[in-house]
Design a binder for this molecule. Structure first.
Ligand SMILES: C[C@@]1(CC(=O)O)c2cc3[nH]c(cc4nc(cc5[nH]c(cc(n2)[C@H]1CCC(=O)O)[C@@](C)(CC(=O)O)[C@@H]5CCC(=O)O)C(CC(=O)O)=C4CCC(=O)O)c(CCC(=O)O)c3CC(=O)O
Ligand SMILES: [Co+2]
Ligand SMILES: [Fe+2]
Length: 272
């Protein structure tokens, strides 16, 4: 018999930093539902980039693949094309590590023919604008005149930290009451507080500028311990209200990642 070319089989691999908090499962589920609704014919697989989180989950009997494990398995399952979608916020360290893994798997003998990585939530300038607009359109319902909102971003020593001050600039252009600070990078909460001291503030709303409301949101932002943003602000005399929702709980935010995933699927298709 003549050699027949093997049929194409395309799949999606969604990759998040991950979280050890069961409360975040509904957010991951929401992302999956939106992706499934957009690409009903494509099988969806998952991986977490954080080794610490994967180990924590394993010790509780939950298994979640690393990106390399997931890509190896998908190769064995006969996938020829895989669109890997980063669910990270910025193209930082975690995203770059994922990129290295994806490149290593591209064209691997007897593995997947074509593996390609979709951009994180923020990459091009128009991502900043789209995300900024969505966040400003969906401010907490109870927010009234005199209230301010402070988003908590992760922050990083990686040069991609510039996306946080970049986003802050865009938000301020549209609404001077919306602030963005980070846990581990620039800007810091103290810089926001310096600005708040110069005006009359009714209440400070706290929201994660993160995919999910996990450890950072529940402890560093809204926790009862002395160093949490809630405690620091309250010690300064501010009323606070924390909203424990990830950005990925919002359809319009997930839409931005889905657009990035579409770009990758179009590219995978165009390469014979
Ligand atoms: C490299 C490292 C350097 C460092 O931070 O020291 C790093 C970097 C980054 N993390 C990011 C995101 C998140 N980090 C967490 C949580 C944790 N992160 C921790 C460690 C590390 N994080 C270091 C090695 C990690 C490893 O190799 O495993 C843990 C384990 C320990 C701790 O932080 O104490 C703690 C576990 C909590 C638990 O056990 O549950 C969550 C989840 C959550 O909050 O629940 C999110 C998603 C938030 C979201 O949903 O958006 C981003 C932004 C990525 C992006 O979105 O773009 C960067 C920066 C970048 O990529 O450049
Ligand atoms: Co939805
Ligand atoms: Fe982290």
């Amino acid at each position: 018999a003549a050699h027949t070319k093997k049929a194409n089989k395309t799949g999606i691999l969604l990759v998040s930093f991950g979280s050890s908090y069961p409360e975040t499962r509904a957010t991951f589920q929401h992302i999956e539902e939106e992706v499934k609704a957009t690409f009903p014919d494509l099988e969806i697989h998952w991986a977490f980039t954080s080794k610490i989180i994967r180990n924590k989950l394993r010790s509780r009997g939950e298994t979640i693949d690393s990106p390399a494990e997931a890509l190896a398995k998908m190769g064995e399952e006969g996938f020829t094309n895989v669109a890997v979608q980063s669910l990270h916020v910025i193209p930082g360290e975690e995203y770059e590590n994922l990129k290295t893994t994806v490149e290593a798997f591209s064209g691997m003998p007897k593995g997947i023919d074509r593996v390609q990585l979709g951009k994180p939530l923020l990459y091009h300038q128009n991502d900043i604008e789209n995300l900024g607009d969505v966040l400003l359109q969906n401010l907490p319902e109870g927010m009234v005149e005199g209230d301010v909102l402070v988003f908590m971003g992760h922050g990083t020593h990686h040069p991609a930290n510039v996306y946080y001050p970049g986003m802050q600039y865009y938000l301020w252009e549209k609404n001077p009451n919306v602030f963005l600070a980070t846990v581990e990078g620039y800007p810091e909460l103290n810089q926001v507080i310096e600005k708040l001291e110069t005006r009359k503030v009714n209440k400070v709303w706290l929201l994660p500028f993160m995919t999910i409301a996990g450890d950072h949101a529940r402890n560093d932002m809204a926790g009862e311990e002395e160093e949490s943003w809630k405690s620091v602000l309250e010690a300064r005399g501010y009323k606070t209200e924390a909203v424990l929702e990830g950005m990925a709980d919002q359809d319009d935010v997930v839409r931005i990642w889905i657009e990035h995933l579409k770009d990758v699927l179009v590219e995978l298709k165009s390469k014979k």
